[in-house]
Design a protein around this ligand. Sequence first.
Ligand SMILES: CC(C)=CCC/C(C)=C/COP(=O)(O)OP(=O)(O)O
Ligand SMILES: C=C(C)CCOP(=O)(O)OP(=O)(O)O
Length: 301
Amino acid sequence: MKTTSTIQEYIASHVDMVEAALIQALPAKWDVPSSLRESMNYSLMAGGKRLRPIMVLAAAEALGGSQAAALPVALAIEMVHTYSLVHDDLPAMDNDDYRRGKLTNHKVYGEAMAILAGDALLTQAFYSVTRAHREHAIPAERVLAITEELAVYAGARGMVGGQAADMLGEQGLTKLEELEFIHLHKTSDLIVFSLRAGAHIAGATEAQLSALTDFGNAIGLAFQIQDDILDIIGDEQKLGKPVKSDEKQQKVTYPYFIGLEASEKKVKELTLQAKAALLQADLANPERLLQLADYLMQRDH
Ligand SMILES: CC(C)=CCC/C(C)=C/COP(=O)(O)OP(=O)(O)O
Ligand SMILES: C=C(C)CCOP(=O)(O)OP(=O)(O)O
């Protein structure tokens, strides 16, 4: 398939698709306490970059699968990611006041509702995954594989484990490998899940899943290093969250260990490594994923 639009146009049209569907994720007819509904929608619709859902859709497309059938899974990963940010911003964790250019959830709805909104978004994500089977006839065994992987990549062996290691290791990290463990779980795991889930929708082979996993681990690590670089040199307005937050919290980051310039070099190397891994796989249309890898690392967005 020949790609005619730019990656910026591709992202913009997919952000629209994801947001139009997210607005409907909690139908008005569902009996949900209004503060909980508002708190969930506040963070869900706060305008993140929607990178993970776009990766689900781009991975499905890379294997010649249906984007419509992948959409409920794309929504699910954005719900999990949003819950993780709501909880990450809480006073017990990073204690941040701004996220996605707006006050953080607990600043508006209070800590109890922010915790519950996060809990409900995580639970709702699993419901959303089931829609791929119920509404789009994706075979049950593929949806089962996605469900199992969501639990693994988002849970104690995945993102939550990475966040726990981050909390436990704060300031006390002495080795780059310890930091890499944190990044690979806290950040790469949701990206790896997104790619694998899109591929499962399209009925991927083990070899394709393995190449997407290598691609995701490398761009996830690069993405987190880039995030830490932007915390030092980025623009608060563009990022929608405070800069210099790592320094204030005395967080040990990649730039802290190896310096800014070497971190920038590492981001470039990881991006090349990611693209090489992807090209190992026999994918019908890898072009958008390759473009996305470059786009992510050029970001000051
Ligand atoms: C289970 C939980 C709560 C997981 C949080 C995972 C996560 C990637 C948080 C943001 O990381 P960050 O603090 O490095 O990024 P930011 O600068 O956006 O706060
Ligand atoms: C893993 C990290 C660095 C947390 C922020 O992720 P994003 O930068 O994708 O945040 P949003 O655009 O979704 O707000």
